[in-house]
Design a protein around this ligand. Structure first.
Ligand SMILES: NC(=O)c1ccc[n+]([C@@H]2O[C@H](COP(=O)([O-])OP(=O)(O)OC[C@H]3O[C@@H](n4cnc5c(N)ncnc54)[C@H](O)[C@@H]3O)[C@@H](O)[C@H]2O)c1
Length: 271
């Protein structure tokens, strides 16, 4: 059901790779709520061609940008300004890649070139996007930026390790830049800490099926799925949440506040 929550708003969606991507679902929901969008992803991801289906469904241009390259972001924002004839009201940062995790390198033996790249892609990219946005005055007054994160930034989830450090940095950047951009232009910046979700990035984590099943049992409402995440993100892009900024918002069916649940106790007692 659509509520016209984003009527007249314009935004940029980073990170739609395929139909499972959280960004894919969010792009569709934003358009359903009345927004116009520009889609972007790394040139290598665009070569898969999947995004063209989404672009058609959303009537949106696709502008390539590798988020580790400042010139790409500058070019993306210039193209977006030209397309819309002005700045944007919202940006979704839905980008993640951990090289050490991908390559199955144990945390205690991390390769630092890979770690640099992981931090660059998955955390510093938020800083880079916001810095270029500020310089180009890309985000309109009371605009909203959302980046996706995971509770491993606060608690230990073996296997997620390098990405956990990266998410902690991402959440910190959201707070620090949220302060600066809030003072300067009332732009709000938040992170959504999402339940484990079956996507390409999620599937790269060792033992991911175990993560999902455990989180499901540990969440009174069950795991939040990608469509529900898209709904929540829409509310943060809307004018209904204008005074929310610099927050890490859990979208996890209650998981983050649970010590143990009865289904988990029952399972332990069975063994
Ligand atoms: N899937 C989960 O369980 C889960 C849970 C919590 C948070 N998240 C976060 O949600 C976000 C979206 O991930 P997803 O699960 O939808 O997976 P996904 O694989 O569909 O999306 C990750 C995106 O990052 C993009 N990307 C990677 N390197 C890039 C670069 N250099 N430049 C530009 N884009 C680049 C990929 O092309 C891809 O589109 C990530 O930040 C992820 O950490 C996912």
């Amino acid at each position: 059901m659509a509520y016209n929550l984003l009527k007249g708003k314009k935004g940029i969606i980073f990170g739609a790779l395929d139909e499972k991507s959280i960004a894919w679902k969010t792009a569709l929901r934003c358009v359903e709520e009345g927004a116009q969008i520009v889609l972007t992803n790394a040139p290598i991801a665009l070569r898969m061609g999947e995004i063209n289906k989404l672009a058609e469904a959303c009537d949106a241009p696709v502008i390539p940008a590798d988020v580790t390259v400042t010139a790409d972001i500058e070019n993306l924002f210039e193209g977006t300004k030209e397309h819309f004839g002005g700045g944007v009201d919202f940006i979704l940062h839905s980008i993640g890649m951990s090289l050490n995790v991908r390559k199955n390198i144990p945390y205690t033996n991390s390769n630092y070139d890979f770690m640099h790249k992981t931090l660059d892609i998955s955390a510093m990219s938020l800083h880079r996007i916001l810095q270029v946005a500020m310089k180009q005055d890309m985000i309109n007054e009371w605009g909203s930026v959302v980046a996706l994160t995971y509770i491993a930034a606060q608690r230990i989830f073996p296997g997620y390790d390098e990405m956990a450090d990266t998410k902690a940095m991402l959440e910190s950047i959201a707070r620090n830049f949220g302060y600066q951009y809030g003072v300067k232009k009332h732009v709000r910046i938040n992170t959504i800490s999402q339940s484990p979700t079956r996507t390409t990035a999620g599937g790269g984590i060792k033992g991911f099926n175990g993560f999902i099943d455990f989180a499901e049992k540990m969440s009174p409402l069950g795991n939040a799925d990608a469509d529900q995440c898209a709904n929540y993100t829409v509310t943060l892009f809307s004018d209904l949440t204008k005074m929310v900024t610099m927050q890490n918002l859990f979208h996890d069916g209650g998981f983050s506040n649970v010590g143990v649940t009865q289904p988990v106790i029952d399972q332990m007692e069975k063994q």
